[in-house]
Structure formats: structure tokens, C-alpha cells
Design a protein around this ligand. Structure first.
Ligand code: THU
Length: 132
């Protein structure tokens, strides 16, 4: 039986900042980093990866989601998204959908008002259950 890992928000923020330092963002010059705790205790992270066709930019959450799946999957428990200074960022609409897919309603996102669940971050979100 897997026990729920303890959430170390400071460590997640540190990992998110480290990820932002790997960002490829020559167009916006706005590095973003994100880190997430997985239900098995792993920490996955990601940075934004831009390209010359601006609209096809991959957000940091896309990169983190790829690492999540490629490193064995699992469910996200807690996520921190930051800019290069480590200030908390609000994930964009598309990325809220990614977080919801891999963390469900219980996933906690760190906001300036403390951790908030995906039920609040993406109210009445469309998810896997809606396809049943
Ligand atoms: N960005 C993210 O990486 N995640 C978000 O949730 C918001 C926006 C990136 C995309 C782009 O590279 C830069 O921030 C400016 O929009």
C-alpha cells in the first residue's frame, strides 16, 4: 500500500525555480518553471519551451506532464508554478486541464492565498469521468 507523501512546499518551489532556469523562452523572455509531487513521492518538473511559431509554445506544465508520464505516470498531489524570481504563477486555462487530468479534483496548487484544490482552480472541470 502506498502512503500519501508529505508535501514540502518549499522544496517544490525550489525545484520549480530550478526548472525555470532551463526554460527555452527567447520570444517572451518569460521563463516559467513548475514542479509537482507525485503520489509515489517522486517530484517531476518542467519549463516552458517556445518556438518561432509563438502560438505553439509548450507551457511548463506540458513539459512537467511529459516527465510525469515518461517517468512512470502516477497522480499529481501538489504543484507549484513560478516565474524566474520564484513568484507564484497562475497556470493558464489549457494547463489547468492538464493538471486536472493528472491530479483530479484533490490536486493542490500553491496560490498566494495558500494551497487550493483543483475544484477551485478549475470549477466544474471537464474530465475523464465525463467520457463514461
Ligand atoms: N506559460 C507557462 O509556461 N505556463 C503557464 O501556465 C502560463 C504561461 C509560459 C508560456 C510562454 O512561454 C510564457 O509563459 C509567456 O506567456
Amino acid at each position: 500500500m502506498m502512503s500519501t507523501p508529505v508535501i514540502d512546499w518549499e522544496l517544490l518551489r525550489t525545484r520549480a525555480i530550478a526548472a525555470s532556469q532551463l526554460s527555452y523562452s527567447p520570444y517572451s523572455k518569460f521563463p516559467v518553471g513548475v514542479a509537482g509531487l507525485v503520489n509515489d513521492g517522486r517530484i517531476v518538473s518542467g519549463c516552458n519551451v517556445e518556438n518561432a511559431s509563438y502560438g505553439l509554445t509548450l507551457c511548463a506544465e506540458c513539459s512537467m506532464t511529459s516527465e510525469l508520464v515518461m517517468s512512470g505516470g502516477g497522480k499529481l498531489i501538489a504543484v507549484v508554478c513560478v516565474d524566474k524570481k520564484g513568484d507564484l504563477l497562475s497556470p493558464c486555462g489549457r494547463c489547468r486541464q492538464l493538471l486536472f487530468e493528472h491530479g483530479g479534483r484533490e490536486l493542490l496548487l500553491l496560490t498566494p492565498d495558500g494551497p487550493k484544490s483543483m475544484s477551485e482552480i478549475l470549477p466544474w472541470g471537464f474530465g475523464p469521468e465525463d467520457l463514461q
